[in-house]
Write a protein that binds this ligand. Sequence first.
Ligand code: GRF
Length: 206
Amino acid sequence: MKKSIVVFASGTGSNFKNIIKKIKLHRLNAQVNLLVSNNSNCKAIDFAKRNNIETFVYNSKIYPNDLNQDILLQNLNQYKVDLILLAGYMKKISKTIVRFYKNKILNIHPSLLPKYGGKGFYGMKVHEAVYKNQDKKSGATVHFVDENYDTGPILLQKEISLLPSENSLTIAKKVLDIEHEIYFQGVSLFCSDKIHWKKGKLLIEE
Ligand code: GRF
């Protein structure tokens, strides 16, 4: 059975676009039913509209009193949701939503977690820190989302080596390529029911 996916994105949405591309190529047995964004002007929203994917703009300006994100949850509940993908989503997901969709929310993070994870480490901030520390490697991580920033169970991680001539922009580009690759792999594992949970531990079926 096709999995129903909801994507959350705030910016360019290249990870979102890549998932749609893989669906169109029949490499994923899934469909994206909704794109949620806090930013009505972002490229991810434009892309969703051009591809006839429903959109929902959700932010504290529009819903100032929705502290537990109940309205967002109600909205999600109108869809069949097998999987939620955070793809460059800049806002925290509430405990209410994380608990409701336990083990059903994935995130892609542009570092080798737990390194450069947590509040304040996002986007270029991560790559600038990697550059500043002259790290010899970086990479990306696909993980399930728990109630804190970037601490949920890791599904996949891929490392890349960095050259001494690298700067934060070249690091960002290399890492983004890896993100596309492993996010697709992670979503593919989920969509083919290869992820299992045993006593809270994540197991991947061979
Ligand atoms: C990626 O680096 C992702 O790891 C981070 O936000 C960025 C989103 O990129 N969470 P895009 O919008 O998918 O192009």
